[in-house]
Write a protein that binds this ligand. Structure first.
Ligand SMILES: Cc1cc2nc3c(=O)[nH]c(=O)nc-3n(C[C@H](O)[C@H](O)[C@H](O)COP(=O)(O)O)c2cc1C
Length: 197
């Protein structure tokens, strides 16, 4: 059986979702997948980014990571998304990319692919679950197969217990988080393998 092709697509302003995505990509490679780690393009004006040292530094730290294009999602058998919570939904940078996918959607190229999502937010009750669910609404429009972690592994009783997808408070991605993301990625790969068998 060919190695599953996994796209790890993320947006990050301050680094948390970059760390999550990197851990997801590492776990996918360890599981034998062919992996593309891809960042969503920054859409905020340069003057705004340059006005915050932390934002500017994070953008510079991601320069070697290719920007995602629709062709990457056409290539992928399975997709892992990570983006910050913004006012209870995902960052508009990710939404802007998603809004370029009409062409793929209209030819059914996103249907039947396995997909999962993760996020971070400043506050534990600041919208982590809602952000992931809002992405899942979009994935249902694609006809993708949503792979939520549920409580299907003991790590979900240690990581804060978001059954929709791993989530954490901003800047707090730790070893437990890594294990949870690895579990979520392995589950995505398991379903991807079944769908592509
Ligand atoms: C415009 C804006 C809106 C935000 N909205 C929320 C929110 O609704 N709830 C929350 O807990 N955190 C909110 N945050 C905090 C972000 O979720 C936090 O900065 C992010 O999780 C950090 O991820 P990153 O390090 O990958 O950029 C917001 C931040 C910004 C800049």
């Amino acid at each position: 059986m060919a190695d599953p092709k996994i796209a790890v697509v993320f947006y990050s302003t301050y680094g948390t979702n970059h760390q999550i995505a990197q851990a997801a990509a590492d776990a996918a490679r360890a599981a034998g997948a062919e992996v593309r780690l891809l960042r969503v393009a920054e859409t905020a004006p340069k003057s705004v980014v340059d006005g915050q040292d932390a934002w500017k530094t994070q953008l510079a730290a991601m320069q070697d990571i290719p920007e995602v294009s629709p062709a990457d999602l056409e290539w992928a058998d399975g997709m892992f998304f990570s983006a910050p919570t913004r006012f209870g939904v995902s960052a508009s940078q990710l939404r802007a990319f998603i809004d370029t996918l009409g062409g793929l959607w209209s030819k059914g190229a996103l249907a039947n692919k396995a997909v999962t999502a993760t996020t971070s937010a400043q506050n534990p009750h600041g919208g982590q679950e809602a952000t992931i669910l809002s992405l899942y609404t979009t994935f249902m429009h694609w006809g993708a197969i949503i792979v939520a972690p549920g409580y299907a592994d003991p790590i979900k009783f240690e990581d804060g217990g978001n059954p929709y997808g791993y989530s954490t408070s901003a800047g707090k991605f730790d070893e437990t988080g890594k294990k949870s993301v690895a579990f979520q990625m392995n589950r995505l790969i398991e379903v991807t393998r079944k769908l592509t068998a």
